[in-house]
Ligand binder design. Structure first.
Ligand code: GUN
Length: 297
């Protein structure tokens, strides 16, 4: 039987509609809306395209949005001053500094300069710690793991007591999603295993997974014979495997052999159109949450 497709594009649409409605209610009640600043340093085409999408989405939801573009040669001191300005701006609830930053700037210094209560990327060590503690403490979850958990929940996959296997141990995806799935709470309470490049028998671990989350960055790493029949497969990989000569666009592939896997698992995310579209939706949700805390609504 062919698996049910978990569409990130559809789920994102639903989340953005929910956020928009909450923004309207907030405006009626308080006269205020969530405020997001996106700081872009330099002119890398990839960063420009990510930031443009974030800005457009924020505006479409009725956010107060500031796009603060800075030159490639901005000094670290100037950038830190700018962050301080937004830390102290009561109309700004979320501060996002687009990565990567130019060489003269220390990423860590910049990310730790952001007020953790406005850190909607959830990259600040305080928010990494809060995520580890869990519950009410974890105000913001990083956007990609938050999107993954939302897809698992909205696809109706049971997580309580489920065997979750996470392939990959990055700070941005593998480690946080593993911790989130192991916490107490809705969409969690799972038994979690993290596997990585030094794991002895990847296939045996994956085969046990009721929920298999793959964030390895290796196209086609997960073979169909590693997949438990009826399981839910979340493919976080976005690998460029070639170029469509007619359209000039990159051909993308996930970390899972999708065509074969979909004949075995119960539910699966496609690439593209799976986890990718969720990240910006979760950024908007984090900004709304931050504004709700600040405005006490
Ligand atoms: N660069 C690529 N992805 C991201 C992201 O999620 N947040 C930030 N701040 N920079 C990025």
């Amino acid at each position: 039987m062919t698996a049910e497709l978990i569409s990130g594009t559809e789920i994102r649409k639903a989340i953005l509609a929910e956020v928009k409605e909450e923004v309207e209610q907030m405006k009626e009640k308080t006269g205020k809306v969530p405020g997001l600043v996106t700081i872009l340093v330099g002119s890398s085409p990839a960063s420009i395209s990510y930031v443009t999408l974030k800005v457009k989405t924020a505006i479409s939801l009725g956010f107060h949005e500031i796009q603060d573009d800075q030159p490639e040669d901005i000094s670290e001191e100037e950038l830190l001053k700018l962050i301080d300005k937004y830390n102290n701006d009561p109309d700004i609830h979320g501060i996002l500094v687009q990565l990567p930053l130019p060489k003269q700037i220390d990423d860590k210094k910049v990310l730790t300069a952001i007020n953790p209560d406005k850190d909607v990327d959830a990259f600040h060590p305080v928010n990494v710690g809060r995520l580890m503690i869990g519950g009410e403490e974890a105000i913001f979850h990083p956007c990609t793991p938050a999107g993954i958990q939302e897809m698992i929940v909205r696809s109706g996959t049971e997580t309580s007591g489920a065997e979750v296997v996470v392939v990959g141990r990055s700070n941005i995806v593998g480690k946080p999603i593993a911790m989130m799935m192991a916490q107490k709470g809705v969409g969690a309470n799972s038994t979690v295993t993290i596997v990585h490049t030094r794991t002895k028998d990847l296939a045996a671990h994956c085969l046990r997974a009721d929920i298999l989350i793959v964030a390895a960055g290796v196209p086609g790493l997960v073979k169909p014979e590693w997949i438990k029949p009826g399981s839910t497969v979340i493919d976080v990989g976005v690998n460029r495997i070639g170029m469509n000569e007619k359209t000039g666009k990159a051909i993308l592939s996930g970390d899972v052999d999708f065509e074969a896997a979909k004949e075995i698992c119960g539910k699966i995310t496609p690439v593209p159109g799976g986890v990718g579209p969720m990240t910006i939706a979760m950024l908007m949700k984090n900004t709304l949450k931050s504004a709700k805390y600040a405005l006490k609504v």
